[in-house]
Write a protein that binds this ligand. Structure first.
Ligand code: G1P
Length: 367
């Protein structure tokens, strides 16, 4: 079996971050979303992974490389325009040839292991197998109707959902999906939808099975969804040696306290601060006079002084000093500077009010 990761979308719902970088490389628990997906694939039998890339291809190729880090081979497939998920599959026809393949959308994060899904596919006499998740808000997604072991009907983002079973971005297909895509016409939003192609596969006599997700699953389509996925991953960190973060060391602490799990990279110095885990810190991080956590992630090379931050992701190279309120549910881009003018002294943050910040890379806020 091969794998295909779709990473070509432009991520308009993730602006301003996608003005300067690929959405699939945003760090969840300090590891790019795409890396989490490749981690899961690398734990299966699969050795051949294709990644569909668009205008973001240089950045993705530079970050992911040739796959040696995961002991897999990665092939990049260029999709010149984001014309839909089914169009992306057709673009990958040369790479896929006639092999069955697992397809994963490059913004999906989930807890379950893929080995079980693949085993399930081989056990069932089906052409396709799709992963379904029970949702309270199905109309934001593709929705499936099932009858016993089979999917009998699928519809993309219906105003009136015919069931509460949403289609996750995890699918296994055999080569018959290609013929179904050839018979699919673009949707109202002008895209060749994979949901419509699977519906066509059923109409052409194909058999589509399903499995239900085990544990959490998240489409990180919006900033709130991304922060929630970040929380869910951090909830799964039970020990200091869990592998979600690159290093996972204990930080050096001066006159500081911590409770819960705090993971840190190399060269992390924490002074006069309190950390309430789960907290994940990158390498070369300096934290002075701060309250951090829970569910806070600080990227490499950040400097924080006099800050109170919870439930937020602060990306690499950010410098934040003496911001009075508590930064909560926020996403702060790479190399952002937020600091109080002329403040030599570190000032204690005021925990009375919260501020929500969504600030793109390289921004400067001096107050
Ligand atoms: C896509 C699919 C949709 C699926 C969702 C899951 O939607 O079209 O069927 O439910 O991914 O992540 P999109 O995120 O492109 O709107």
């Amino acid at each position: 079996m091969k794998a295909l990761i779709l990473s070509g979308g432009s991520g308009t719902r993730f602006r301003p971050f996608t003005y300067s970088g690929a959405k699939q490389l945003l760090p969840a628990a300090n590891r790019p979303i795409l890396f989490h997906i490749i981690d899961k694939l690398a734990r299966t039998e699969i050795k051949d992974i294709g990644i569909i890339v668009g205008d973001n291809h240089c950045e993705i190729e530079l970050a992911v490389g040739d796959g040696k880090a995961w002991n897999v081979a990665i092939t990049y497939i260029y999709q010149p325009q984001p014309l839909g998920l089914a169009h992306a599959v057709k673009t990958a026809a040369d790479f896929l040839q006639d092999a069955p393949f697992i397809m994963i959308l490059g913004d999906n994060l989930f807890r379950m292991e893929l080995t079980d899904v693949i085993r399930d596919y081989y056990k069932k006499p089906v052409n396709s197998l799709i992963l379904l998740h029970i949702s309270e808000d199905p109309s934001r997604y593709g929705v499936a109707v099932i009858n016993r072991e089979r999917v009998v009907h699928l519809v993309e983002k219906p105003a009136v959902p015919p069931s509460n079973l949403i289609i996750t971005g995890i699918y296994i297909f055999d080569h018959t999906i290609m013929d179904a895509i050839d018979h699919t016409i673009p949707s109202a939003r002008g895209e060749l939808e994979i949901t419509d192609a699977i519906q066509k596969q059923i109409e052409l006599g194909g058999v589509v099975g399903y499995a239900l997700t085990e544990g959490w699953w998240k489409d990180t389509g919006s900033i709130d969804d991304f922060l929630e996925a970040n929380r869910l991953i951090m909830d799964d960190i039970k020990t200091d040696s869990d592998s979600v973060c690159s290093t996972g060391r204990e930080p050096k602490m001066n006159d500081s306290t911590k409770q819960g799990i705090v993971l840190a990279g190399e060269d992390v110095l924490i002074s006069d601060s309190h950390l309430s885990g789960p907290v994940v810190l990158g390498s070369h991080v300096s934290i002075t006079g701060c309250h951090l956590g829970p569910y806070t992630v600080i990227g490499d090379n950040c400097v924080l002084a006099g800050c109170d931050i919870d439930n937020s992701v602060i990306m690499e190279g950010a410098r934040i000093t003496n911001l009075k309120g508590r930064i909560s549910a926020s996403l702060i881009g790479k190399h952002t500077v937020i600091e109080k003018q002329d403040s030599e002294q570190i000032q204690a943050p005021d925990r009375e009010y919260s501020i929500y910040l969504c600030i793109g890379d390289d921004s400067k806020i001096i107050f």
